[in-house]
Design a protein around this ligand. Sequence first.
Ligand code: GLA
Length: 386
Amino acid sequence: MTTSKNIEAVAAAFGSAFGYEPAGVWSAPGRVNLIGEHTDYNLGFVLPFAINRRTYAAVSLRSDSIVRVASSFSQTPHEIDLSAIERNPENDWAAYPFGVAWAIQQITDKPGIGFDAFFDSDVPVGSGLSSSAAIECSIGLALNELWAAGLTRQQLARAGQLAENEIVGAPTGIMDQSASLLGERDHAVFLDCKSLEAKSIELGFDAENLELMIIDTRVAHRLVDGGYAARRDSCELGASTMGVSSLRELSVGDLPRAHEVMDGVTYRRVRHIVTENDRVVETVNKLQEEGPRAIGALLNASHVSMRDDFEISIDELDTAVDVANRHGAIGARMTGGGFGGAAIALAPIERVSEITLAVLAEFELLGYAKPNIFAVTADQGARRDR
Ligand code: GLA
């Protein structure tokens, strides 16, 4: 989907917004998480990949400390002094670029220089495909270069996470930014969120004639709403009740004791995280040893665990997963933070149109909004385009 058209378009839009030529164009992809949900902030394992939908940022430094940002997805440009960036609802979407500028200065402990930036994106917003991480990583990579900040990609991922936690106000983990920065074509990023060690794992979907379908329910999810934070709190409670610093430290063998010492809801939250970590590792093994057709049962088990134990699914997502599986998917699950957004279905190419029609029909029958169904491929992470 990346074309020189996107690059020229965002550079031209920068020109109309600010009246001069940008110094360059950088882009970063959205991501889909293959498996490993809500494990990142528990310092466990995740297996996301960067997708072929990107956010483009045309950027130029200024000679003062003013930051101006504009975009094709919002009518409202925003302006702020670099030294005045803080959490403020008036920032709206600009909280992402402002937050990253703030975070890079925090990490490097050096003041930055003001800049103008124009953003254009084909990552769908609110579908659980990390449109926000795509904004953060495109501007992060640009500022790292223009400010000569010298941060590694792992540190830039951390800058994106800091921006979300401190300036946007969403208590998210480091998965989305890591996928957007470290992704490679046809590979997933196997990330250990404790050591931050990342390994590229070949997906091989193409070679097996498989397609990764996104079924976007169009039920918008928002990570600043309470459900995500409540899950995070439950996980912290579970860890402290077990006397460990994070749920990463627990294994399936610890579950009987966890069952005894905590209330039923906290126990189920803990069980999801502990079993999900195992499923990520198992998925990596299967991909490496048997190929992608062998991971279906793990995807399905992940969905059941999110539906019943972590309780972050919604009827539309459950329906999407069930219908996809009944019509020939290898496996399916909701992806991302939950409470809305998208499901993924790994499907043989010859079943894709049947699955699509069946999901559309079932959603219509149940009176749900019409879902947006499309395929994604694993693509290259953030880069400079011009
Ligand atoms: C959102 C967050 C991530 C991660 C997922 C759930 O995408 O941004 O950090 O916690 O939810 O796996």
